[in-house]
Design a protein around this ligand. Structure first.
Ligand SMILES: *[C@@H]1O[C@H](CO)[C@@H](O)[C@H](O)[C@H]1NC(C)=O
Ligand SMILES: *[C@@H]1O[C@H](CO)[C@@H](O)[C@H](O)[C@H]1NC(C)=O
Ligand SMILES: *[C@@H]1O[C@H](CO)[C@@H](O)[C@H](O)[C@H]1NC(C)=O
Ligand SMILES: *[C@@H]1O[C@H](CO)[C@@H](O)[C@H](O)[C@H]1NC(C)=O
Length: 434
């Protein structure tokens, strides 16, 4: 099997010795409306890397993927155009967490990357030229498969729709990557829930390297999203707990619908950016390092739909990225707390690393109505040998003039994150989902 470059084994290195001692159960069935969530490097993931890289190499690789994602976000939030069915970022991202989804009748299983900042689902279909999976979806084997016609309203929701025969198709380019897909419908089954006539992209052709191998499940809230297409079933409500990179058993959960969501949870209001309706914006008002509220210019945190500025929760970025003045302030206070005299080293985009053991101060995000105090596991990464520790956040990449703060998945691990769209709020509670 071809292993794409985004499958970086850095995280695997962190726990590989532990994993060898205990093999997780990978055949556990999803039930009810709850799906297991696996890290891409999990022992249960077919995408786990076969050949480890050095720790440093891997960190740099992950950061490069995040950087591409940031570049994309930056162009995304600044422009006015409609969110495309398959956005550029879906092509360039490194999928971090995957869930099992079944398409068609009888069901064909695919492992889709979770992405809260994308709307639609798309999967590689048989005959796809350039797709890197050996197990694409085979429409011909499904009795419930339908093409979407050019006249259908669904066809108007994709960018630059074209008519192949009478079927709706579209293509999309980004840098050196492009995909062509047809718009189709089939039954999507998530855990025990069938969603008949689900509209998604059937990928026919890709160029470029890093599209998620078996496709992507968009958990954004735009018109073609899972949320809008399963409104009756899930009421635009879901939560996930992302497993820690270091966990042995290494699975979390994606819980769909309002029924089994936690009752005791802190909430912050969701903000809507009409230009980027799929992104989950929240109001981050301050950041504490230890007990100190860091001095940040208010404009650097303020929500501004016109410029795209503000803070989003994202499941696809690995390390939290803060706008430059925000990051600088947090980093400086972090260094001061750790010990101003300790020598600081760098590793790729991480500028605050130590080669001696440190005491990690708590970092607390203060959102409207909700404080989230992160424990050390959500703040720093340690090298395999334990000799290097880095603050696992960064400022915007040099070439990106980003105004967006992205709360990324490493900072969300081992928390239940509840997206309650009808009540326009996001809830967070600590939960060990190892
Ligand atoms: C869907 O469209 C493709 C290409 O146009 C065609 O080959 C296929 O037979 C169609 N399938 C159905 C079920 O209409
Ligand atoms: C994709 O775009 C290229 C260049 O514009 C065009 O030649 C091609 O026909 C398009 N393919 C589809 C499926 O739209
Ligand atoms: C998909 O691509 C194949 C060739 O690679 C082509 O024959 C087929 O018509 C395409 N289907 C659609 C729906 O674009
Ligand atoms: C792993 O999972 C099993 C049950 O599936 C549990 O008994 C065990 O304690 C777990 N180990 C860790 C370290 O979480």
């Amino acid at each position: 099997m071809k292993i794409p470059i985004f499958l970086t084994p850095f995280l695997l290195c962190l726990f590989i010795s532990l994993v060898q001692a205990q093999t997780p159960k990978c055949d556990i069935q999803d039930d009810g409306s709850t799906l297991k969530v696996f890290h891409i490097f999990s022992q249960c993931s077919p995408f786990k890397p076969s050949k480890p890289m050095s720790w440093e190499e891997s960190v740099l690789n992950l950061q490069a993927k995040d950087q591409a994602r940031m570049q994309y976000f930056s162009s995304l939030v600044a422009r006015k155009s409609v969110v495309p069915i398959a956005s550029a970022r879906q092509i360039i991202q490194s999928p971090t967490y995957i869930v099992k989804a079944k398409f068609g009748t009888p069901p064909q299983t695919l492992l889709l990357a979770l992405d809260t900042s994308s709307d639609a689902a798309w999967i590689p279909c048989s005959g796809c030229v350039g797709c890197s999976t050996s197990k694409p979806f085979a429409p011909i084997k499904s009795t419930s498969f339908r093409n979407v016609s050019c006249g259908s309203p669904h066809c108007k929701q994709v960018p630059n729709p074209t008519c192949g025969g009478s079927a709706c198709a579209f293509n999309f380019t980004y840098g050196s990557s492009s995909i062509a897909a047809s718009v189709v419908q089939d039954t999507l089954t998530l855990a025990a829930d069938p969603i008949p006539g689900y509209t998604f992209g059937c990928v026919n052709k890709t160029t470029g390297s890093s599209a998620p191998q078996q496709g992507l499940l968009g958990l954004g809230r735009g018109p073609l999203s899972l949320l809008s297409q399963s409104q009756n079933l899930y009421k635009s409500t879901f939560s996930y707990c992302l497993p820690s990179f270091k966990s042995i058993n290494f699975s979390g959960s994606l819980r769909l619908g309002p029924v089994y969501q936690p009752k005791r949870i802190k909430y912050t209001p969701l903000l809507r950016n009409p230009r980027r309706s799929s992104l989950y914006y929240v109001n981050l008002v301050a950041i504490k390092v230890g007990r100190k509220i860091v001095d940040i210019p208010p404009a650097a945190l303020a929500f501004n739909p016109t410029t795209g500025a503000g803070t989003i929760f994202d499941s696809g970025t690995v390390f939290t990225r803060l706008a430059e003045p925000v990051y600088t302030a947090v980093r400086n206070e972090f260094r001061r707390r750790v010990g101003p005299k300790l020598p600081v080293t760098t590793l790729g985009g991480f500028d605050t690393c130590y080669n001696v053991p440190i005491v990690v101060p708590t970092i607390t995000f203060l959102f409207s109505g909700m404080n989230v105090a992160l424990p050390p596991d959500n703040i720093v990464i340690h090298s395999t040998a334990g000799s290097t520790t880095c603050l696992a956040m960064a400022g915007a990449p040099d070439n990106v003039n980003s105004v967006l703060n992205v709360i990324a998945n490493m900072q969300q691990q081992n928390h239940r994150v509840l997206f309650d769209v009808p009540n326009s709020r996001i809830g967070i509670a600590r939960e060990l989902c190892t």
